[in-house]
Design a protein around this ligand. Structure first.
Ligand SMILES: [Zn+2]
Length: 274
């Protein structure tokens, strides 16, 4: 069975002499691993294959029922970043984005029963993963083209925020998690362990604008377009490990199992976990 698809290259490895084995996040939100024959490029004309990390490609895939490994019959580049690989912190951020997408996206496997549709596990709740991943890489590249390299932690945070929203794992920010009062015009503090925000009264504390930053950011991430968020960059709360801690807890991932996490911290991005 053949499938025409678009996908982002999440990881790749050399396969035999001239081939490549790459894992892609497809537009429908699933990941598949395929062999690209001649995918290392080269040949008499030293032709580049266009198969690099973070590249977006159109391709035709072929698989046999029950096989996990697909074969890429044809592929064509849709979009490729130029600047990211020349800026080390941004490259680390891209590796993190791709690794996290690979950790949360379900694996697509073809079975006969699925007929034309082909892939199983095509759950609609994952279709936004591709959009979040594409936007994260595209707007990171745009920021570098404009010479904006100071706000990469903001790009990191917007990616995690949009990803958690896409996965349905964002904290509830509209109402106080204790008294259920609407928080639209109130100052509220994020309590990641409670899965939401608390008003000052329920906390028995006076809260200022600094305490309210995460509350405002979550509202922005939920309602603003990805591109607009990357135009109006902001600074994250100091010592604000809440986002990292919340993300790893909600997704059941662990920072120590995440290969790109130490790279990200060494590059001065991301926020430490407790
Ligand atoms: Zn309350």
């Amino acid at each position: 069975m053949n499938l025409k698809a678009a996908g982002i290259i999440l990881s790749k490895a050399v396969w035999r002499e001239r081939d490549l084995r790459a894992t892609l996040l497809l537009r429908r939100g699933q990941q598949v691993t395929a062999i690209f024959y001649g995918g290392q490029g080269g040949g008499p004309k030293s032709k580049a294959s266009g198969l690099d990390l973070g590249h977006s490609i159109d391709l035709e895939l072929s698989a046999k029922a029950g096989q996990e490994l697909w074969t890429a019959l044809e592929w064509k580049e849709r979009w490729a970043a130029q600047e990211i690989r020349h800026h080390w912190p941004s490259f680390c951020l891209m590796c993190f984005i791709l690794e996290i997408l690979a950790s949360v996206a379900p694996h697509g496997e073809w079975t006969e029963d699925e007929g034309e549709e082909g892939l199983t596990g095509a759950a609609s709740e994952f279709k936004d993963l591709f959009v979040v991943g594409s936007n994260a890489l595209y707007y990171l590249e745009q920021a570098l083209k404009r010479g904006m390299t100071d706000f990469l932690t903001w790009h990191w945070a917007v990616f995690l925020g949009k990803l958690l929203l896409a996965l349905g794992l964002a904290p509830r920010f509209t109402h106080c998690c204790f008294c259920q009062r609407p928080l639209a015009n109130l100052v509220a503090r994020w309590l990641p362990a409670e899965g939401g925000f608390s008003c000052a009264e329920c906390l028995g504390q006076t809260l200022d604008g600094q305490n309210d930053l995460w509350h405002r950011y979550w509202q922005q991430w939920a309602f603003a377009k990805y591109g607009d968020l990357c135009q109006k960059v902001a600074v994250l709360p100091p010592h604000g490990e809440e986002l990292s801690n919340y993300f790893f807890y909600q997704t059941d991932l662990r920072p120590e199992h995440c290969k790109s996490w130490p790279l990200l911290l060494a590059a001065g991005l991301g926020l430490h976990c407790r």
